[in-house]
Write a protein that binds this ligand. Sequence first.
Ligand SMILES: *[C@@H]1O[C@H](CO)[C@@H](O)[C@H](O)[C@H]1NC(C)=O
Ligand SMILES: *[C@@H]1O[C@H](CO)[C@@H](O)[C@H](O)[C@H]1NC(C)=O
Ligand SMILES: *[C@@H]1O[C@H](CO)[C@@H](O)[C@H](O)[C@H]1NC(C)=O
Ligand SMILES: *[C@@H]1O[C@H](CO)[C@@H](O)[C@H](O)[C@H]1NC(C)=O
Ligand SMILES: *[C@@H]1O[C@H](CO)[C@@H](O)[C@H](O)[C@H]1NC(C)=O
Ligand SMILES: *[C@@H]1O[C@H](CO)[C@@H](O)[C@H](O)[C@H]1NC(C)=O
Ligand SMILES: *[C@@H]1O[C@H](CO)[C@@H](O)[C@H](O)[C@H]1NC(C)=O
Length: 675
Amino acid sequence: MVPPHMLCHPLHMLFLLLGLLAPSAATDGDQFLYTGFAVANLTLDGAATVTAAGLVELTNGSTHQKGHAFHPAPLRLRGSPKGTVRSFSVAFVFAIVSGYLDFSTHGLALVVAPGIKSLSTALTDQYMGLTNSKDDGKDTNHMLAVELDTVQNIEFKDMNANHVGIDINTLTSLQSNETGYYHDNNGSFQNLSLISREAMQVWVDYDGEATQINVTIAPLAMVKPKRPLISYIYNLSTVLAEPSYIGFSSATGPGNSRHYVLGWSFGMNKPAPVIDIAKLPKLPQLGSKPRSKVLEITLPIASAALVLTVGIAVVLLVRRRLRYTELREDWESEFGPHRFAYKDLFHATKGFKDKHLLGAGGFGMVYRGELQKSRVEVAVKKVSHGSKQGMKEFIAEIVSIGRIRHRNLVQLLGYCRRKDELILVYDYMSNGSLDKYLYSEEDGPTTLDWAQRFRIIKGVASGLHFLHERWEKVVIHRDIKTSNVLLDKEMNGRLGDFGLAKLYEHGANPQTTRVVGTTGYLAPELVRTGKATPLTDVFAFGTFMLEVTCGQRPIKQDEQGNQFLLVDWVLQHWHNGSLLEVVDPKLRGEHNSDEVRFVLQIGLLCAHPSATARPSMQQVLQYLDGETLLPEMTRADLSFNMLALLQRKGLHVMSWPCSSTMVSAGTISDLSGGR
Ligand SMILES: *[C@@H]1O[C@H](CO)[C@@H](O)[C@H](O)[C@H]1NC(C)=O
Ligand SMILES: *[C@@H]1O[C@H](CO)[C@@H](O)[C@H](O)[C@H]1NC(C)=O
Ligand SMILES: *[C@@H]1O[C@H](CO)[C@@H](O)[C@H](O)[C@H]1NC(C)=O
Ligand SMILES: *[C@@H]1O[C@H](CO)[C@@H](O)[C@H](O)[C@H]1NC(C)=O
Ligand SMILES: *[C@@H]1O[C@H](CO)[C@@H](O)[C@H](O)[C@H]1NC(C)=O
Ligand SMILES: *[C@@H]1O[C@H](CO)[C@@H](O)[C@H](O)[C@H]1NC(C)=O
Ligand SMILES: *[C@@H]1O[C@H](CO)[C@@H](O)[C@H](O)[C@H]1NC(C)=O
C-alpha cells in the first residue's frame, strides 16, 4: 500500500514509528464508520443538527440556510508533509426531503477543505455553503467537493436540476452527469432522482497514483455498481491542503428542503468500511400528503344527513370554484411545474389583503405572501392585461426567464392566470426597493453609505450583464430604475421585473409600438423608434448610476419650477470641473472621491445620447472592477443637452416625481412629429 520508495525515506520511518506509538490517533485519521450519528462527535455549524433519531440534518426546512457537518479529526492525506495525496475512499447515505414533489433547493455536497471554519464566509442558495461570489474559483480554497445538485444554475453552467458533479475550488463542475448508475448486468443507464425523498448511497474513490476520482451512486438496497457514474483524472496533490478535513455542506434557497446524512464511512489507503444499511436511522415520516388535485370530501355515513350535506357541499364547491377560477389553456400544459394554483396564492396573501400590499408599481399591485405548505415567503405581483395577444409567447418567455438564477436578479418562481389577470410569483426580498433608501423620509429606513451604494451598482451591473450576454438568449430589461432594484437580506442589489415591459409593448393597434419605460430613463433612440435594445438598457443603467450617486431623481425641478434632467445637471458640473458637487449631500465627507468620480463618469458615458458611444455591460463591468481603464472623455465627446434632444424628438417630459410610475410615452406616430 505504501510505495516502496517512500519507505526508505528516514522521515517517513519516523512517522511510521510515531504511528505505532499512537495507534488510536492513526485509526481516527485513517478510517471511520458512522452507522447513524446518535453518539457521534461531529463538528456542526449553521442550520446543521443531529436529530434525536441520529440523522445529520444539514438544513432544517428553513429557506436560505446553510449547514455543515464535519468529522472532527483532520485527514492525514499525505504520507509525509511534502508527500502526494494518498488514495482514499468515502461512502455515505443521504436523502433529500423537500416540501414539494418536483422542486427542491439546492442540494448537498461531500467536501474536503482546510476546515469547517474555511467555509464560514460561504453563501447559501446556489453556493451550497461551499464558496461565495468573491472566492469562488480561487486556488486558496483548497477544496474538493462532490455535489449532488438539485437546481440548474446557469451561473455555474449546470447541466440540469438533477446532477452529480466534481468541483475543485469552484461550484462550476469539472465534470457532471445526470444522476444515475450503470447496471452491472447489461450496462444500461438507470436514472435516479435526487429529490425522490429516497435514501441513496454514494461512493467517492480517489486513486492517488492514477490521480483518478470516481463517483458512484445507487439506490440504498443495491451493492456498489462496478462502473462509476463519473471517472475523472485530477491530481488532488495540487489542490488539497495538509491538514484537510472532510464533511458535508448543504444550503437551501427559496425552497424549504431538508438534507439528511444517514451513515458515512472513510478509509485512507483502503476501501471505506461497508455501511450496514439495516442499522441506519430511519428518515422522518412526512406528515403532509403529496399534492392531490381531487377534492377530498368526507361525507358522514348517517343517511338522514346525507342529502343536506351533499347540498351544502355543492353550494360550497360552486362558491369555491368561482372564487378560485383560473384561466388555463391547452398550450400551458408544458409549463405545468411553473404554474401556481390561484387558490394557493389567494391563501398565501390572505386573500390579497391590503395589509399584505408591498407596493403598487406601473405594472400592478405587489403583495407579500407565504406559501402555506412550504412556508416559502414570496412576492406576488398581479398584472392586469387586456389583450390575449402574444400571451403564449409571453408566458413561454416568463417561464424561460424563471430558469435564470443569478444573485443579482430577483428569482421568478412561477405564474398563474385568471381572466384579464396575470399573476407572477417572485422570491421575496426582505429589504424592499432601493428608492426607499435613497429618498428616505424621516421615519423611513436609514440611507446607504457609499460602500453599500457602490456594491449595489456593481451588483446590478453584473445582473444586467448576465441578462444581456450570459443567458442563453439576450434578455432586455426595458425598465431599469431604482424602484426595480430590490435589496436582499445581505443588502445585495437585485434587478426585478425583467422582461415584463414587453407585455405592454403592443398597443391596441399592432402597427404601432408603444414606448414602455420610465421617463428620465428612456434613451433618445428608444423614444424615436420604440425599439428596445441592450444599449437602451445601458442608457437607463447610466441614469441609475447617477441617481444612486447623487441621491436625486432623474428629472429634477428648480425653485422656479423649471424641469431639467439629472444627466444634464451632472454633465454641466463635469464641464465646470465641479463634478464632486453633485454627490448626495448625505454622503459628504464619507465617500471615496476617486470611486465617486469614476462612477459618475461611467454613468455619463452610459447615458450618452448616441448609442454607439455607450459601452456594453461587459465593458461597464470591466471598468467597475478596474480591469479596464476608463477611456479619456473629451469635452467634444460629452457636449449634449439631453432635454433639448428629447424635446426635439417630441417627448414631453412628465412632471416630477415620476420614478415610481410607469409611463408609456405614447405611440410612435404621436412622437414622430418632431423628427
Ligand atoms: C433552522 O435554523 C436556523 C438557524 O439555526 C433557525 O433560525 C431557524 O429557526 C431553524 N428553522 C427551523 C424550522 O427549525
Ligand atoms: C469532540 O471533538 C472535539 C474536537 O472537535 C473535542 O475537543 C472533544 O473533546 C470531543 N468530545 C468527545 C466526547 O469526544
Ligand atoms: C457524463 O459526462 C461526460 C462529460 O461531461 C460525458 O462525456 C458523458 O457522456 C456523460 N455521460 C452520461 C451518461 O451522460
Ligand atoms: C438491464 O437489466 C436490468 C435488471 O436486470 C433491467 O431492469 C433493465 O431493463 C435492463 N436494461 C436493458 C437495456 O436490457
Ligand atoms: C433520464 O433522464 C433524462 C434527462 O432528464 C431523460 O431524458 C430520460 O428520458 C430519463 N430516462 C428515464 C428512463 O427515465
Ligand atoms: C475508477 O473507475 C475506473 C473505471 O472507470 C477503474 O478502472 C478504476 O480502478 C476506478 N478507480 C477507483 C479508485 O475506484
Ligand atoms: C501530482 O502533483 C504532485 C505535486 O504537484 C506531484 O509531485 C506529482 O508528481 C503529481 N502526480 C502525477 C501523477 O502527476
